[in-house]
Design a binder for this molecule. Structure first.
Ligand code: GSH
Length: 207
């Protein structure tokens, strides 16, 4: 099994966490998005990362890949069985992918990607607006959802992976959840990112 995509991507990290939780061996190919590698492009028609190749089967999109892996390697389950828990796990997956990460990534782009990989200066005004105007409403919501170590059904699941993954990129930008303003969210994020599977995914080659 091959997983394409640098572990700097929160979406790639989601899949690396699932593989680590399940103890599935993978050959990690840490390329960047839009790489011309023909096998990668066979798996990801629009050049987005992550993409998976598994014995001639090709699949893109972190959520699609995780559902495939969860069916193929059922233990431990990343998708809850109970109907409402499953619905909420998919809600948090969607929230992480489409609402949270596009905002969490802004400080990462400015302070990490632009200076380190794009040879461009950081725009601190973008970071300040993100931290003071754009993230607080998301943090308010999430702080109200946390009432223990896991978001759904009393167990680690796709919900936790998708919500927590982007916070690593925020940390790489030198920012974090303010523990005085959002105490539950701050300690929840710390707990999830300290799991061995997240540590393994974060340590994976970045490319
Ligand atoms: N819904 C996709 C999103 C993947 C995605 O947008 N990945 C970014 C890198 S973090 C990418 O490949 N961007 C290139 C592009 O949008 O063309 C997933 O969950 O895998």
């Amino acid at each position: 099994m091959k997983l394409y995509g640098t572990s700097l991507s929160p979406y790639v990290r989601k899949v690396l966490v699932v593989l680590a939780e399940k103890g599935v061996e993978v050959q990690h190919v840490p390329l960047r998005f839009h790489d011309p590698d023909p096998r990668f492009r066979a798996a990801s028609p629009f050049g987005k990362i992550p993409a998976l190749e598994d014995e001639g089967f090709f699949l893109a999109d972190s959520s699609a890949i995780i559902q495939y892996l969860d069916r193929k390697h059922p233990e431990p389950a990343m998708l809850p069985r109970e109907a409402r828990d499953l619905g909420r796990a998919i809600w948090f997956d969607e929230l992480g992918d489409t609402e949270l990460f596009p905002v969490l990534i802004k400080p990462f782009v400015q302070r990490f990607l632009r200076p380190q990989l794009m040879n461009q200066p950081c725009d601190e005004a973008v970071v300040a607006r993100c931290m003071t105007e754009e993230l607080p409403r998301l943090f308010d919501y999430l702080d109200g959802q946390v009432d223990g170590p896991f978001l759904v059904g009393g167990a680690f699941s796709l919900a936790d992976i998708s919500v927590a993954t982007g916070f690593h990129n925020l940390h790489l930008a030198g920012e974090a959840v303010d523990p005085e303003r959002w105490p539950r969210l701050a300690s929840y994020v710390t707990g999830i990112l300290e799991r061995p599977s997240f540590r393994t995914a974060i340590a994976a080659r970045k490319g």
